[in-house]
Ligand binder design. Sequence first.
Ligand code: ADP
Ligand code: MG
Length: 238
Amino acid sequence: MGKITLRNVQKRFGEAVVIPSLDLDIEDGEFVVFVGPSGCGKSTLLRLIAGLEDVSDGQILIDGRNATEMPPAKRGLAMVFQSYALYPHMTVRKNIAFPLKMAKMDRAEIDRRVDNAARVLNLTNYLDRRPGQLSGGQRQRVAIGRAIVREPAAFLFDEPLSNLDAALRVNMRLEITELHQSLKTTMIYVTHDQVEAMTMADKIVVLNAGRIEQVGSPLTLYRSPANLFVAGFIGSPK
Ligand code: ADP
Ligand code: MG
């Protein structure tokens, strides 16, 4: 379960039309990357899907249900924030458990889910530490763990690696790709980095000024770019 459909989605901020009208199908289990230059509307689109922003017009369907008016907590999606969104005074276990505590889940189930997430993310030996005692990569994994325990229909990532150094970024890319292969859950990943898009995605959505320029596999975009914008964007070195 993790099929997301956008129909004629529009977003305005006052007079500014940030997304004029957008249609998109994301299939269950896909790793979809939204890529495009700064300010093209990637974060806005992700926040619309998450329910953190209201659409100005159009519909968002999640697994066939109309989610357009649903509050974020009802959508069954998990936004992964950058690792600096962790609580510094809480242990790793408490940081990961936090969304479940808020949802008043019972203790045994919380422990089961946190232990599972820690195993998947290689954090089992770090559960009693605090974020300040972890490496950047470990902190990013804790931020992902906090999403995993909710067992969401889809994970939403907004440039999760942009504050990590280059070597660590390459590492985390691989880890997130592996996580997708083991969980097989829909992932939507926003980046302005074409290398991330090309190496991680099943399907890339190239955005420009709130419009989709092309949707396709990395190979399709590389071999048959729809226009000069896509060719330039995918082709240009970082
Ligand atoms: P990206 O994530 O691709 O860099 P954003 O989605 O953050 O782009 O922003 C797209 C456009 O929408 C930008 O022009 C930005 O200034 C504008 N925008 C985003 N959020 C708001 C807001 N809350 N109010 C007004 N304008 C916004
Ligand atoms: Mg953004």
